[in-house]
Write a protein that binds this ligand. Structure first.
Ligand SMILES: [Zn+2]
Length: 118
């Protein structure tokens, strides 16, 4: 269930803004969503980190850096890159949400103009 709905904030659609398939949650958008997974796969491939593993939460993803058998310095660098990737996915998601809100606002404005002219 969407965290906003759980807090009593009315929402029209609880589905993920990116995939539109599953309910949106922080862990879904940032880790489980197929779009977040694609971003991460490309990132892992570029950093030569073993790919294919699926994660259930942000915490699990960030903890996975410790199991890569890398030096402390390399772990810190990869951890920072993971954080940037998470931020990028969230930014992407928020952009899509704002576009959706703007589109809805334009539709309402068009309906008001239509009512005034009628
Ligand atoms: Zn999704």
């Amino acid at each position: 269930m969407n965290a906003l709905a759980n807090r009593g904030i009315p929402i029209q659609n609880s589905l993920c803004t990116l995939c539109g398939v599953l309910d949106e949650s922080a862990d879904h958008v940032l880790v489980r969503c197929m779009f977040a997974h694609m971003v991460r796969q490309r990132l892992f491939w570029r950093m030569k980190v073993p790919t294919g593993r699926k994660f259930d939460s942000v915490g699990e993803l960030l903890q996975s850096v410790n199991g890569l058998g890398l030096s402390s310095h390399k772990r810190k660098v990869i951890h920072a890159v993971y954080l940037l990737a998470l931020w990028r996915v969230l930014f992407w998601r928020n952009q899509r949400t704002e576009v959706h809100r703007y589109t809805q606002l334009l539709k309402k404005k068009a309906n008001i103009v239509r009512l005034v002219k009628a």
